[in-house]
Design a protein around this ligand. Structure first.
Ligand code: FE2
Length: 238
């Protein structure tokens, strides 16, 4: 992972962040799991512009010891999981184009910082991701191993829903940072299946379209406790 100096965002780029943040007001209130919306508040994220990474990290570091680290763009799975094992989360050091806020060519600061970092204010979530990184990084030199761990990240961290007393809520950073996908995933369009690691380990996914299949967690522990069993499934396939 090549750490970069955090970008000096232009006034227009700050406005883009503001637009994206406001577009998701309803999502934070009504569609997101409270773990996420509470995290947004704890980190002090708001519509006024791209936050200072220093301020966000100072808060996050105090709460769970995690840090966001600016990187150029998409990280390879190996260095990504290694970073997570060290309580570091890569943050794309750019923001999408104002002319099409619904599209980003790679994970940008809005996806990474807004979509993921709030979760890391939750001690159980933070511990889960650290362990995720540690177990996955053991096979970082094996492309198939990285592929299989990548599937759990995709279906369990980027795109899961969760059952709550109020109904289905969004529990994935990939959905929460997208206005279009947050509405889509709670509609009757995607196929929603119970979270099941034996299915996930053998399931491929497409990164360039809305997810046709989404997994629904019955509760958070289903995700947090699945790593030893998932590791066995991975190792059995290498
Ligand atoms: Fe992501």
């Amino acid at each position: 992972m090549k750490e970069q100096v955090y970008k000096q965002f232009s006034p227009e780029e700050h406005r883009t962040w503001g637009t994206l943040f406001r577009n998701l007001d309803h999502c934070r209130k009504e569609q997101a799991d409270t773990t996420f919306s509470r995290g947004v508040e704890l980190l002090g994220l708001n519509a006024s512009g791209v936050p200072s990474i220093k301020d966000v990290n100072a808060k996050l570091e105090r709460i769970t010891g995690w840090n966001g680290v600016p990187v150029e763009g998409l990280e390879e799975n190996g260095s990504f999981f290694e970073a997570m094992a060290n309580k570091k989360f890569p943050i794309g050091n750019f923001i999408r184009d104002a002319r099409d806020v619904n599209y980003t060519p790679a994970p940008d600061v809005f996806h990474d910082l807004y979509g993921h970092l709030p979760f890391f204010t939750d001690p159980d979530y933070a511990k889960f991701c650290e362990e995720f990184g540690r177990r996955a990084a053991k096979v970082k030199d094996n492309p198939k191993g990285m592929d299989l761990w990548g599937r759990l990240f995709w279906f369990g961290v980027e795109f899961p829903l969760i059952e709550t007393p109020k109904g289905h809520r969004i529990f994935g950073g990939g959905i929460l940072s997208s206005f279009g996908e947050s509405n889509y995933c709670l509609s009757d369009k995607p196929e929603v299946r119970p979270f099941n690691i034996a299915e996930i380990v053998d399931r491929t996914y497409k990164i360039d379209e809305f997810q046709r299949t989404i997994f629904l967690l019955g509760n958070k522990l289903e995700l947090y406790d699945c790593l030893p069993a998932y590791e066995k499934l991975v190792l059995a396939r290498l």
